[in-house]
Design a protein around this ligand. Structure first.
Ligand code: DCP
Ligand code: MG
Length: 369
């Protein structure tokens, strides 16, 4: 089999530190130096932690943990309601800073993006220098800290940004990539979820070095299509481009609630709000989708989707919200706790739209755009 070739690029992955919590500490000086938890509720109304300040993390509090658990671990933690508009605004500003250096920016979420600086607008040349300048600009202009990873591809850059967090900068150069990948635990590999990680461990595969012993055919046999990706990535090879524009295949909005919703009235009211956002965007892009999908995440993190398709494309509020509510009703929501609701439209037919930036689904904010 032909050996894959590594393309050398200069990639930076930037990820804000304890993002929501840091914004809250910046805007509310009384929270500085204190353990704060964004999202969830201390009064036993349920909900989960969106993020925690580093002071709270020392007690073991982390994202996606139940509030109850967070209170047990850190009884004096201050619970703060998320302010998505504020986070969106910061997100817009960091992108403006990135844009000084390159137009090849691929945001992964509000607080995270890949930048390709193989050629940069200011002719700086050094990706490490650019990463330093970006961190400095974020500090000076936004009073926040970010961590950056610098390497020759996306995968390694992303892993690198996590290494010296918070306020970190880590460069992994071509000569150290292979040894770095060999030591990496399998959980850290792209797309390896809990189930695959367990499967790997059962096979005696714990690190990149173990994975490297398998041939491409063996990896494909055990893990399907992603097997080839693992084969390459363990050798540090990742030729995915930084994609500033993504083709729009679906358009979605969703909201994670500070408290779990328990009544139909609340759920329907939230769906109405989400439907307005989706329809406004559809109309803005002059898109009509034939499929409406409702996404529900329950208090216990279980997630389901339900969809309905139409013969003709739709984008009117009445149809979208009625369909979403009908789909909700069919899930027998009466005795359930709902943490997240989302609506997406897809199946746009032949229309190919290139919306600017960003991923359109799986965002935590009400405004994924
Ligand atoms: N978030 C969330 N629920 C999760 C994970 C994250 O609501 N399960 C939100 C809150 C985070 C933001 O997304 O502030 C960014 O996520 P990160 O994973 O980058 O986490 P942080 O920025 O909070 O911390 P870190 O310093 O580890 O990057
Ligand atoms: Mg972050």
């Amino acid at each position: 089999m032909e050996e894959p070739v590594q393309i050398f690029r200069k990639i930076i992955h930037v990820d804000m530190d304890a993002f929501y919590a840091s914004v809250e500490q910046r805007d509310n000086p009384e929270y500085r130096g204190k353990p704060i938890v964004v999202g969830g509720s201390p009064e036993g109304r349920g909900g989960v932690v969106a993020t925690a300040s580093y002071e709270a993390r020392k007690f073991g509090v982390k994202s996606a943990m139940s509030s109850k658990k967070a209170v047990q671990l850190c009884p004096h933690a201050i619970f703060v309601r998320p302010r998505f508009d504020a986070y969106k605004e910061v997100s817009r500003k960091i992108r403006e800073i990135f844009g000084r250096y390159t137009d090849l920016i691929e945001p992964l979420s509000l607080d995270e993006a890949y930048l390709d600086v193989t050629t940069d607008k200011l002719d700086i040349g050094s990706a490490i220098e650019i990463a330093q300048q970006i961190k400095q600009a974020i500090r000076d202009e936004l009073q926040l800290t970010a961590s950056a990873g610098v390497s020759i591809n996306k995968f390694v850059a992303k892993i690198a940004s996590d290494i010296n967090k918070p306020d970190g900068l880590k460069f992994i150069g071509p000569s150290s990539i292979e040894s770095f990948m060999e030591k990496l635990p399998v959980e850290k590999f792209f797309g390896v979820g809990k189930v695959t990680a367990q499967k790997m461990k059962n096979m005696g595969l714990h690190t990149g070095e173990d994975l490297k012993r398998l041939t491409e055919a063996e990896l494909s046999r055990h893990f399907g299509k992603v097997g080839r990706f693992y084969y390459n990535i363990v050798r540090g090879i990742d030729n995915r481009e930084v994609q500033p524009h993504r083709e729009t295949k679906s358009l979605a909005a969703e909201d994670t609630f500070p408290y779990d919703l328990t009544t139909i009235e609340e759920m329907e009211a939230e769906l109405d709000k989400i439907a307005i956002i989706v329809c406004n965007r559809l109309q803005h892009y002059q898109l009509k989708g034939r499929t409406v999908t409702l996404k529900i995440k329950y208090g216990d993190f279980k997630q389901i989707t339900r969809n309905q398709s139409f013969t003709n494309g739709i984008n009117d509020l009445e149809t979208v919200s009625t369909t979403a509510k009908k789909l909700l009703a069919a899930t027998e929501p009466d005795d359930k706790k709902i943490r997240l609701l989302g609506i997406s439209l897809s199946n746009f037919g032949d229309v190919v739209v290139r919306a600017r930036e960003e991923k359109h689904t799986d965002q935590l904010s009400l405004f994924p755009f």
